[in-house]
Design a binder for this molecule. Structure first.
Ligand SMILES: Cc1cc2nc3c(=O)[nH]c(=O)nc-3n(C[C@H](O)[C@H](O)[C@H](O)COP(=O)(O)OP(=O)(O)OC[C@H]3O[C@@H](n4cnc5c(N)ncnc54)[C@H](O)[C@@H]3O)c2cc1C
Length: 514
């Protein structure tokens, strides 16, 4: 389907990219072109049909779309290059999501939720590099792709599990009980995108329900494990192609080495994951708004029922308003993603130690002693120490606030632009009306998931208006050799006395009021 809305270059969409060449633009161009091709060939032609089908049958899922996405690299662009992925960060995720969502936000969410499921693994350090990430890439190549999901929300806790302070007050009912060799997970998670189709789920649960915030821990769960069940798939209003499921865990065993990061670091990990995932949600919203704008523009130019409307000033003003809103939403998500990738987290990902470890062939990393070390407490502590050396709580708090701003404003723009497009088209628009109506339904979710807009705006207040610094990095821990030769950790210490905290201190200045 050709569109009258001219294809814009990356430089036109993000003038700063053309001006400073600061991002790896050619690679980004190629990724964006792949996403656009996938969207045009597979998403837009099937968007209405799949929306209708999943509206009638919420559990129905089209694996052919996932296979087609895998062929275009849509499942692995976030996976580090040594594992066979494209090594993308928030910027790449955002650019891909805008392209897919301009065509169909529901199908796009399958790939977005998959990326969200991967994010905690990227932050979990070298212990996560082999195993599941490599398996995901391999599955993409074999034509039997595997999907991921991320499960945070519970029946009694939604907004409150998306914020480290609110988590202390949340009514958490799930529990990961320590047993020999690992943990047994029990409880219910709700509204989990891809939950009913994912092979692997990154999930957050406390190891001590009396101190949920202090023991909130990320686990990697194999959904083929005994005790795991999909108890419900929701009837959705929008973004229906991606199922949102209720998941039940009844004593599901997870081996200790499948803790992502370290035990009790889950609150900080969630904060960082949300900082990374909100710019792409801003991009989802921008894509939805763009999709509505492009469709109404096509209709105004081409459809006989719209004849003469383009000459009317109120129509021109409405179109200019949409163009303005979309451009602003796009700049917000790119600001947030750029700051995150370059100022807040990029240094950790491109650190020479990480790069050199990544060059160790997977065959050597897979050997028992190396693998044992990668999964050890020392390696996990070293990952956190690296994070403290390359970023600061101040930088991550600021990034979270910018990401939250992009997410909240993007969601509002998506609602306004889809609504305005529908109003312009009115009852005369014929077939395009169904597409606009779907995009309006799709838009609503962008104000809800990844924390509601209210919560996101509280993050903006906290990080930018009040310049508060929240504790969003997992604490440094020192491994103490015991007299009996074993080791123990000062698990609840918040700072390593000898740690390189200069960067935190200087970055905080007197603005850090944590
Ligand atoms: C279709 C769909 C897909 C989803 N996918 C996922 C997923 O993949 N993984 C996952 O973990 N979760 C997912 N979610 C859950 C989503 O993140 C939550 O719905 C969201 O965080 C809101 O939580 P809640 O629904 O419990 O609403 P509530 O927390 O009950 O909020 C209700 C209202 O109260 C307001 N409110 C609540 N607390 C405060 C406060 N402290 N200050 C100000 N206002 C407040 C909220 O802003 C909102 O307007 C999904 C949800 C939906 C609907």
């Amino acid at each position: 389907m050709t569109s009258i809305a001219r294809e814009r270059s990356l430089g036109e969409q993000f003038p700063r990219l053309a001006a400073n060449g600061g991002l790896d633009a050619p690679e980004l161009q190629r990724l964006r072109a792949r996403a656009r091709r996938f969207a045009e060939e597979h998403l837009r032609p099937r968007a209405l049909e799949i929306d209708r089908r999943t509206g009638e049958e919420p559990g129905w899922f089209d694996w052919n779309l996932v296979r087609a996405g895998a062929e275009h690299g849509m499942l692995s662009f976030l996976i580090p290059k040594p594992d066979g992925g494209a090594g993308g960060l928030a910027t790449q995720a955002a650019v891909v999501m805008e392209e897919l969502c301009a065509a169909c936000p529901g199908i796009a969410l399958i790939f977005g939720a998959h990326a969200l499921g991967i994010s905690p693994l990227l932050l979990g350090g070298p212990s996560q590099w082999d195993g599941v990430l490599a398996e995901l890439v391999a599955s993409e190549c074999t034509g039997e792709p595997q999907l991921m999901a991320c499960a945070i929300t519970e029946p009694e806790a939604g907004t409150d599990v998306e914020d480290p302070d609110l988590l202390r007050l949340a009514r958490i009912t799930s529990h990961a009980r320590r047993v020999p060799g690992g943990f047994r997970l029990s409880g219910t998670k709700r509204f989990i995108s891809n939950g009913s189709v994912a092979r692997w789920i990154t999930i957050l649960m406390p190891t001590d329900p009396r101190h949920a915030a202090e023991t909130w821990t990320c686990f990697l769960v194999d959904t083929r494990s005994e005790g795991f069940a999909v108890s419900r798939v929701e009837h959705k209003m929008g973004q229906r192609a991606c199922p949102a499921a209720e998941l039940t865990f009844e004593d599901v065993f997870v081996p200790a080495e499948r803790i992502v990061g370290r035990e009790a670091d889950g609150a900080a990990a969630t904060t960082i994951v949300l900082a990374c995932s909100r710019p792409p949600v801003g991009a989802i919203a921008t894509g939805i708004a763009r999709g509505a704008y492009e469709r109404v523009l096509d209709w105004l130019h081409e459809d006989p029922t719209a004849k003469g409307l383009l000459e009317r000033q109120h129509v021109q003003l409405a179109l200019a308003d949409m163009e303005e809103e979309i451009h602003l939403a796009r700049q917000l998500y790119m600001d947030a993603a750029t700051e995150l990738d370059h100022a807040a987290l990029g240094d950790a990902m491109s650190h020479p130690v990480v790069r050199s470890l990544a060059h160790v062939p997977a065959s050597i990393r897979g050997r028992a002693p190396v693998r044992g070390w990668l999964h050890s407490d020392r390696a996990r502590d070293a990952t956190i120490a690296l994070l403290h050396r390359t970023t600061s709580e101040h930088a991550v708090t600021r990034s979270l606030a910018l990401s939250s701003m992009a997410k909240a404003r993007g969601g509002d723009v998506a609602m306004r632009v889809t609504g305005a497009a529908l109003e312009l088209a009115g009852l005369r628009a014929g077939p395009v009306r169904a597409e606009l109506e779907k995009l309006w339904r799709d838009a609503k979710l962008t104000q809800i998931y990844e924390g509601t807009n209210q919560l996101n705006r509280l993050e903006v207040y906290r990080g930018l208006c009040h310049e508060e610094t929240i504790q969003c990095l997992p604490p440094l821990r020192r491994i103490h050799p015991d007299t009996d030769g074993k080791t123990r950790t000062n698990a609840h210490a918040h700072a390593h006395p000898d740690a390189d905290t200069d960067r935190n201190a200087s970055a905080n200045g007197d603005g850090g009021r944590s």
